[in-house]
Design a protein around this ligand. Structure first.
Ligand code: ADP
Ligand code: MG
Length: 238
């Protein structure tokens, strides 16, 4: 269901070629981390997968279906952003359920899904609070909860930890890993942080200069980097 295939995905902004032919197959249930320096096109690629941006060329297959012309809401995807993008006037419960409400789901079903997701993320006691009454880590858990309730085939994460302090970064990272263990849904995660990539990924994709430099397990990349860029990027501490 949640497999993903990128076929020769290209993206240019004006005369700038940001993505210069990305080819990758992600298996259902896999946790794949795209890693690369700031500006290398990670967010652009995620936005193309989510349907928030159109590729200049290439195609995109999700669960065996070409979704290039399918609108974002019908792609079976949920995305978690670096900035939590919560509604300040809504409490946690309503922030988590809003997407389902907009999709016309009956109230009782929404309530049940919010309850399950809140339990998964230890948000039960915070459901009546508004975003301003939450810590950064709690806000990001709400944003993750909002993704979970949609029961997507594919989760996309765009640097979800970068606005958190060091301790919360570790805690939230462990929560994301636990979530993947628990629900087994395909996850595509982008970060500029090697440690996040090394600890979360089944496979790491190193992106630089608009092309994939190497794809492999964390140990493969660490032990056998394909080139000096990968060696420097994976080998050097941040
Ligand atoms: P990353 O997420 O890896 O930091 P981005 O995908 O945000 O990189 O950006 C990749 C490149 O594309 C950058 O040079 C950025 O300035 C450029 N870019 C991104 N979005 C736009 C846009 N809407 N218009 C023009 N250039 C863009
Ligand atoms: Mg980005």
């Amino acid at each position: 269901m949640g497999s993903l295939e990128l076929r020769n995905v290209r993206k240019s902004f004006g005369s700038v070629d940001v993505l210069r032919g990305i080819n990758l197959e992600v298996a259902d249930g896999e946790f794949v981390v795209f890693v690369g320096p700031s500006g290398c096109g990670k967010s652009t690629l995620l936005r193309i997968i989510a349907g928030l941006e159109h590729a200049t060329e290439g195609s995109l297959i999700i669960g065996g279906r070409d979704v290039s012309a399918v609108p974002p809401a019908k792609r079976g995807i949920a995305m978690v952003f670096q900035t939590y993008a919560l509604y300040p006037h809504l409490n946690v419960r309503d922030n988590m359920g809003l997407g389902l409400k907009q999709a016309g789901m009956p109230k009782a079903d929404i309530a049940a899904r919010v309850k399950t997701a809140a339990a998964m993320l230890s948000l039960d006691a915070l459901l009546e609070r508004r975003p301003a009454e939450l810590s950064g880590g709690q806000r990001q858990r709400v944003a993750i909860g909002r993704a979970i309730v949609r029961e997507p085939d594919l989760f996309l994460f765009d640097e979800p930890l970068s606005n958190l302090d060091a301790a919360l970064r570790v805690q939230t990272r462990l929560e994301i890993a636990r979530l993947h263990d628990e629900i087994g849904t395909t996850m595509v995660y982008v970060t500029h942080d090697q440690v996040e990539a090394m600890t979360l990924a089944d496979r790491i994709v190193v992106l630089h200069g608009g092309v994939i430099q190497q794809v492999g397990s964390p140990m493969e990349l660490y032990n056998d980097p394909a080139n000096i860029f990968v060696a420097g990027f994976i080998g050097s501490p941040k």
